[in-house]
Design a protein around this ligand. Sequence first.
Ligand code: IPM
Ligand code: MN
Length: 356
Amino acid sequence: MADVKTYKIAVMPGDGTGPEVVNEGKKVLVAVGKKYGFKYEFTEFDFGGERYLKTGETLTEAAIEELRKFKVIYLGAIGHPGVAPGILELGILLKARFALDQYINLRPVKLYPGVECPLKDKKPEDIDFVVVRENTGCVYAGHGGVTRKGSPYEVATQVMVYDRQMVDRCLEYAFKLTQERKKAGKPGKLTLVHKTNVLTFVGDLWFRAFMEMAKRYPDIQTDYNHVDASCMWMVKNPEWNDVIVTSNMFGDIITDLAAMIQGGMGIAAGGNINPNGTSMFEPIGGSAPKYTGLNVINPLAAIEAGRMMLDYLGEKVAAAAIQKAVAYTCTKIKSLSAGKMGYSTSQVGDMVAENI
Ligand code: IPM
Ligand code: MN
């Protein structure tokens, strides 16, 4: 008998409700693997707030070297009420993104039927787009510093950093994704979001690179919006969006807005992608410490992250089956909010798994 195809997956459940939602995600992954004839070898990494409080360690160099051996990481959530803000975010989440050069943050934004949308009169067919957020540069790159700290003359800088190849590799990913979506019947429109009216150096670099690359993709319709206007249109006319490409900080902000119009943190997932290395998939909602251990948190975002991971690994049919089961589950649960679903965390996971 031929060996069953086995995917090696690094799992970082993390803090708070992270482990609970990752458990449900794994349950669904296993169910879909059974159906489509593949399995997994999960390797757990215990980085997070608890480990930091015990050992003072965030993501270690040794762990990064270990993680490099995996094509994908499945992440729960990082964030602990006992640890000062910034330490775990910088030391684990951002460290992984940077060390593993996960230069794309991919955020699908899709309103499933039955999910309550805060935008009046907007339907699932109106909200179906993807944000491609550059994930290694911008003000996240760590250039800057502080002088005269604590004095009335304190000076602090945090510089928006981009070079041409960082911009180009991100744009290239976005153009190709837009092309792929077009083949699947989507509009084939790519919108650059930036702030060229103020950021006359960095914005201009992005804009010129975008226009130049557009010549190589004549089948793709291109558009440009300033980031402030983009927020406005995302609320008023979300149906105008197909694929958005943007820099790191703007992408961080607009994807939280985008998450709300698809039903909120209960459903929003993202991928930190290095197409030639190790990619990491996560629910974007955070560790929600107050719900820890109560079996009330919504696992659909983590399940969606698992779906994106399988899709990335090339298991398109299995990923589509998860999506169908998630969409069905959305019509059954009362709300996407923690504690208001009408079902427990594990019941929602069961419902998705059973409907594969
Ligand atoms: C995100 C988060 C992170 C970010 C934080 C936790 C560092 O908000 O993934 O969007 O700013 O990128
Ligand atoms: Mn964010």
